[in-house]
Ligand binder design. Structure first.
Ligand SMILES: [Zn+2]
Length: 246
């Protein structure tokens, strides 16, 4: 069974006052037997391009363990955004795009967010969108019109509504088959309910921070999932959505 962390960060964040060093990220993966992680800069990274390079270096040193996700503020000119996205995806093999509705003050429905979904469609990679704290931009329902406009793009709702909006994340995913839910910070009961109501092939494990890896695995273990549900939730779903070789 492959265990994949679909949501991990590297570097520092001026928005949320966070810092994750490579040793911490890799140490938590080793300690908790995470086979691979999808790693991105924080939305408040002072220099996201430098962090993209660090992630690419790490991926090269740890083949099959680290996969990059682009996390750039989309409030810039299309050329600037597109050239860094292409460099990361076409040149460095990154597997997804992130938009942080709060950290980047980006409404998924806004004009500046259009280029994110257009590029994801062209490059055939998923878009992950922060949900939960930071409404209204972080409302899961803001992802639905985009998922319907871009049916070829897998849209991953990060934090699956963060418990308080998990019912809305479920409703949105139910309405559009290309929406997936990433579960970092969810309660065990919400996780169990989501997996039974929506189907585990639409739900994936993420941790967000190395300090949260053990907690998310404990929640998985206490949620009463079957072995097959665990296999898909802990890795199988993410392998498919990110098109990663297991
Ligand atoms: Zn995050």
């Amino acid at each position: 069974m492959q265990v994949i962390d679909a949501h991990a960060h590297l570097g520092s964040c001026r928005v949320f006052d966070l810092e994750v060093r490579a040793e911490e990220l890799l140490g938590a993966m080793d300690k908790h037997k995470i086979d691979a992680a999808v790693v991105m800069p924080f939305p408040g990274a002072p220099d996201p391009i430098r962090v993209h390079n660090e992630i690419a270096d790490l991926a090269q040193k740890q083949p099959g363990r680290i996969y990059g996700m682009v996390n750039l503020n989309p409030h810039c000119d299309r050329d600037e955004y597109e050239s860094e996205v292409r460099r990361c995806v076409e040149g460095l093999g990154f597997v997804g795009l992130k938009i942080h509705t709060v950290g980047h003050a980006i409404n998924p429905l806004s004009a500046d967010a259009s280029k994110v979904f257009e590029l994801a469609r062209e490059l055939e990679i998923p878009v992950m969108v922060h949900s939960g704290p930071g409404i209204p931009f972080a409302l899961p329902s803001h992802c639905l019109p985009r998922a319907q406009e871009f049916p070829e793009v897998s849209v991953i709702i990060a934090h699956a509504g963060f418990t308080i909006l998990t019912g809305e994340a479920f409703a949105v995913a139910k309405a559009s088959p290309n929406i997936y839910l990433e579960s970092s910070w969810l309660f065990a009961d919400d996780l169990k309910w989501l997996i039974s109501a929506l189907g585990v092939e639409r739900v994936m494990m993420g941790t967000d921070l190395p300090r949260n890896v053990g907690a998310m695995l404990a929640i998985c273990n206490s949620a009463g999932l079957t072995e097959e549900e665990k296999r898909l939730y802990l890795g199988g779903t993410a392998l498919g959505v990110f098109n990663i070789q297991g």
